[in-house]
Design a binder for this molecule. Structure first.
Ligand SMILES: Cc1cc2nc3c(=O)[nH]c(=O)nc-3n(C[C@H](O)[C@H](O)[C@H](O)COP(=O)(O)O)c2cc1C
Length: 216
């Protein structure tokens, strides 16, 4: 064991947050205390980012009219997604894919404008800005679970329409609508697995050695 390791209880807490984090779509209303929201955003802001560009921007939605507008955008995309799914359309329409109207807090996570100025680590892989934003969202997600709050990542929306609704500058891009807040209970497994939409694959199928497809 490394001399830098956390204590056994601390390690267990980290792994517990990772294992018990769920993408939540059912919320029980209530509120998120301002100091808790501040801690969660601070956790997000501690994320790693390519070239330390910190491309994340978070927009807290506090106006009911905007929340309704975001819900309308998501619902329109939900219907378009169902149409695109063909034979699984009806099955998809039965899934709950967002908790926008019931969650205590609604955040939009976006990529900043002016990202083209950041070349370090992005010359061949420009999408590393999104990878960095995703690290911040995951930090928020895990910290929320540790605080006993659920979070759901909603990506069913037209980014141009959402950017317009939120007065975002050219070059920026909304990547996530984040539903956050108290829940009655956390799903014991991914909701899509519980609903029979998809099943997670075992890790051993996804780890190769030396060459793609070769398993240890
Ligand atoms: C980038 C990203 C986008 C997602 N978008 C949606 C979404 O629009 N609607 C939804 O219901 N779940 C969405 N999810 C949640 C996934 O369905 C969920 O993470 C997956 O089923 C595994 O469940 P778990 O997060 O509870 O482990 C998204 C997750 C990620 C990482």
């Amino acid at each position: 064991m490394s001399e830098h390791a956390f204590s056994p209880d601390e390690r267990a807490a980290v792994y517990r947050a990772i294992a018990e984090r769920r993408d939540m779509r059912h919320f029980s209303g209530g509120e998120v205390a301002p100091e808790v929201l501040a801690r969660l955003l601070e956790a997000a802001h501690h994320a790693p980012s390519v070239g330390l560009m910190q491309p994340w921007r978070f927009i807290r939605i506090t106006l009911q009219g905007l929340r309704d507008g975001i819900h309308a955008l998501v619902d329109a995309e939900r219907i378009s997604t169902a149409e695109a799914l063909g034979e699984r359309s009806d099955e998809f329409m039965k899934l709950k894919v967002e908790g926008i109207r019931d969650c205590a807090e609604l955040l939009v996570a976006a990529l900043m404008d002016g990202r083209e100025a950041h070349v370090f680590g992005r010359r061949t892989l420009p999408e590393m800005d999104l990878a960095s934003l995703s690290c911040a969202i995951q930090n928020l997600w895990l910290a929320a679970r540790a605080e006993g709050l659920g979070m759901g990542w909603v990506s069913l929306f037209d980014p141009a329409a959402l950017a317009d609704l939120l007065g975002m500058p050219a070059g920026s891009k909304p990547m996530a609508v984040l539903c956050l807040g108290p829940v009655t209970e956390f799903y014991p497994a991914p909701m899509l697995a519980l609903e029979g939409w998809a099943q997670p694959r075992p890790l051993a199928e996804l780890v190769f050695e030396n060459q793609w497809g070769e398993r240890p």
